[in-house]
Design a protein around this ligand. Sequence first.
Ligand code: PLP
Length: 355
Amino acid sequence: MTNIALPENIEKLKAYSSAKSEKLTGNTWLNANESPYTRLLEMRFDNLNRYPDPQPEAVIEGYARYAQVEQSNVLMTRGADEGIELLVRTYCEPSKDSIAIFTPTYGMYKVTANTHNIAINELSQEQLANEDTDALLPAIGEAKLVFVCNPNNPTGALQPIRKVAALADKLKGRAIVVVDEAYIEFCEDKSCVELIKTFPNVVVLRTLSKAFALAGLRVGFMLASESLLAPIRKVIAPYPVSTVVAQIAATALTSDALTQMRRQVSILNLAKKKLIQWLQNSEFVNAILCGEGNFVTLQLTDKQFVQQAMRQGLIMRPFVLFGEDNWLRISIGNEQELKQVETWLKQCQVTEEVS
Ligand SMILES: *Cc1c(COP(=O)(O)O)cnc(C)c1O
């Protein structure tokens, strides 16, 4: 024990349990919304004695082209998670400011706010979807950052661009609307990226971890007006991405690689439809949230089916949603992995009949 007193907000933190930190054993991993596709890369480096380019030009140029924005509107980060943290560190004052989130949503907004002693104004996904912007404002309160995960993890819900624009308009000069587009490649035409040209208080978060199949690389991007990014450029570490990472990221943004990514996205979107059909036909599924993204979230009739899957080496992500603990998120894997889901769904049935 160091016996050194911790700040109260740090003392109270629970260790973040990510899909990977749980040390589960299995052979089919459908719990972290990763891509089933991987590439074998071989690279040579003769410049690792030098510090990297703080914002590697080839990557910034490639991503700006892909996202159809100016290079000055792109900031490369160590995953979208670092983008979330940079926004909190730059724009929120500890023990004074707050953020707003719409639950259930991605867990890192809360974790990041907690680690920086920032309060959380919690609204619901239902409010976001059903109430008009004026009605949301009282609960958003004085929040400096309003996180709209779009499509939302884990519900798949997608807000129309006009809704995000209305929110940004109402919050102009008061708060930043953070549109987390980690899954946007699965519904490419629904991106809010064009809003950064009209609204200086909109930032779009992107990642190479999902559709680009590079979760292990840790690369994300913030897309926003120059004025929004300027203070963040002062806060970000001097060398956030290594030379090795930058070189690999650049290869993911060539036009051939983009074509391949889009082809994989259409295969995964088709597979998702098939999975949804199986789930609809299963008597052990109560409800299915089939939105956008490379995952499907569903409510089982009994959560013991999840344990059965685990025993078969099939790892999916259990969730407590809307106060109930029998929800499950299944990432869209390859054909063989989804076959295993189909088999499991049928075996739930067999177990029921026997007992
Ligand atoms: C996976 C995910 C991220 C994290 O992206 P990284 O680039 O891997 O840090 C961010 N937001 C959402 C909604 C996600 O699902």
